[in-house]
Design a protein around this ligand. Structure first.
Ligand SMILES: NC(=O)c1ccc[n+]([C@@H]2O[C@H](COP(=O)([O-])OP(=O)(O)OC[C@H]3O[C@@H](n4cnc5c(N)ncnc54)[C@H](OP(=O)(O)O)[C@@H]3O)[C@@H](O)[C@H]2O)c1
Length: 282
């Protein structure tokens, strides 16, 4: 597995295994264990996915050293605000069964965001979290929050794939040395993306599947990807992307697929209202 360096000089495996929408109490345990056996060393969960405990159990049962595995989790909006965030961090540590988390993100940009960020900064100082980051932050939201942050986020985890390239946001994040992480790297299974002729032709040329072409492109763009699969073959294939390289023309051809649109708009008040109303508890 290849790594990227973050702005605090730590490293992050370039491809992580995402466990969004995999249920707890069995399925997440099985998927995480299978992913670790397949060679993943980076797991992306969240308090909001309500499956941190299965991730933690699978890590223990994998027999792999804790220090070999990069764990990301995220604080849900109901735990925003300084005091609530301190409790939320402790809950994640307890459910994961670990004494530190490699990367902890503020999952959504609502409520008392900077109060929660302060609690994350303190948890870094106490060694409970190694790195902190943001998610679903647009350029406008970055401009709103950045001056209230003492510690620079190491990543911004946003929707990103060949159809959704976030060009303006990437520029602003690059200026601040904040690495992008791609959620929906495979378009959440979007057929138009997975059957796109440019990508299908490259898959034939390199004897890879379309998912591998997309994930290789994301890797060459310097973006961390978090593909999810519960299919053992695709799970293995999605990290088998380091034995070939797309050339400049091929990178540009995929760049040309950008629609400039995303399925998720964090600035939409209806999205904010819906997510603020979502109560989670494992
Ligand atoms: N921060 C946020 O707000 C946020 C939001 C959404 C997601 N995320 C993170 O991003 C991760 C990925 O998102 P996602 O799971 O929704 O979308 P995704 O990884 O883009 O797509 C997963 C879908 O693609 C299929 N698939 C996997 N590998 C494939 C391949 N090689 N070829 C063809 N199809 C393939 C999977 O089906 P099979 O299982 O059948 O293979 C599944 O239906 C999440 O698990 C989560 O960690 C974060």
């Amino acid at each position: 597995m290849e790594n990227f360096t973050l702005n605090n000089n730590t490293t992050i495996p370039a491809v992580g295994f995402g466990v969004f929408q995999i249920p707890n109490d069995g399925p997440t345990y099985d998927a995480t264990l299978a992913a670790l056996k397949a060679g993943y060393r980076h797991i992306d969960t969240a308090a909001g996915y309500m499956n941190e405990s299965d991730v933690g159990k699978a890590i223990v049962d994998s027999g792999i050293e804790r220090s070999e595995i990069f764990i990301t989790s995220k604080l849900w909006v109901q735990d925003h605000g300084y005091e609530n965030a301190k409790i939320g961090i402790e809950n994640s540590l307890r459910l994961l069964g670990v004494d530190y988390i490699d990367l902890y993100l503020l999952h959504q940009p609502y409520g008392d965001y900077l109060g929660a960020w302060k609690a994350l900064e303190e948890a870094v100082a106490k060694g409970k979290i190694r790195s902190i980051g943001i998610s679903n932050i647009t350029v406008n939201l970055w401009n709103k929050f950045k001056d209230g942050m003492n510690l620079m986020p190491v990543v911004n985890q946003v929707e990103f794939n060949p159809f959704t390239q976030q060009k303006e946001l990437r520029k602003v994040m690059a200026e601040n040395d904040i690495r992008l992480e791609a959620w929906y790297p495979l378009g959440h299974g979007n057929k138009d993306l997975l059957e796109n002729k440019i990508i299908v032709d490259l898959a034939e040329k390199y004897n890879k599947n379309v998912g591998q072409i997309i994930l290789r492109w994301i890797y060459q763009e310097g973006v961390v990807s978090l593909p999810k699969s519960t299919n053992p073959e695709r799970m293995k294939g999605n990290i088998d992307i380091f034995d070939f390289a797309l050339n400049d023309d091929e990178m540009k051809a995929i760049e040309g697929l950008d629609t400039g649109k995303a399925s998720h708009n964090p600035e939409d008040p209806a999205v904010e209202q819906r997510l603020m109303g979502m109560k989670i508890h494992e």
